[in-house]
Write a protein of this length. Sequence first.
Length: 239
Amino acid sequence: MFVKFTPISRYSVSFGIKSCLPPMTELLFLHTAAVHVQTFDALLRELSPRTRARHLVREDLLEAARSQGADAPPVKQAVLEAIQAMDPARGCVVLCTCSTIGGAAERAGVESGVQVQRVDRAMAERAVAAGPNIVVAAVLESTLDPTESLIRESASRSGMDCGLTRLLIGDAWPLFQRGEFDAYLQHIAGALRTVGDCDVIVLAQASMAGAADLCADMDILVLASPRPGLKAALAAMNE
């Protein structure tokens, strides 16, 4: 069970309640949408119920990355400051759940001496293992380049070639912004069903994950990032 405390500021924080069992090291989350707090809290209760969590929601980081580019110096500095503001204790892991700023978050972790994981790295590795013909689906164009770069990096590390095809479902984003999440996922699922022959479809944003469940009957493998990303972060905590 988790108690949410939302201060009057740009972010919200979630603290786990201490139990009679010894807690594991705290896991920190950096989000760019508040809806991810509930998503990852639910996954954490399922996968590691004794792990305490703290959430930082910074919607402004995504807005800045979309307008300036994720590699723009002001954006990278803002991501670095956000991670430092979480004041991670020694041994903590920060999981960045935004694919657009994921690369900037990892680099900020190296710079600040914090172990930062991007939620889509484990998904990218699974996609490369699934086959060379990969479709990258996104609802924000700003997410395509970072996701494709990550997949190519994963392929290079594995000594494999991959061909990437883009599927931008931009007209789904207004549904997300209005909080119409069921319609948002249904719209994405409908677009995924139009995809032709490929080995795997990668959902570039964590918010798209529910569309993978709606497409479970498809012959094409559809991968989402939250579950494998969280599992990788938990594994990193225990190393």
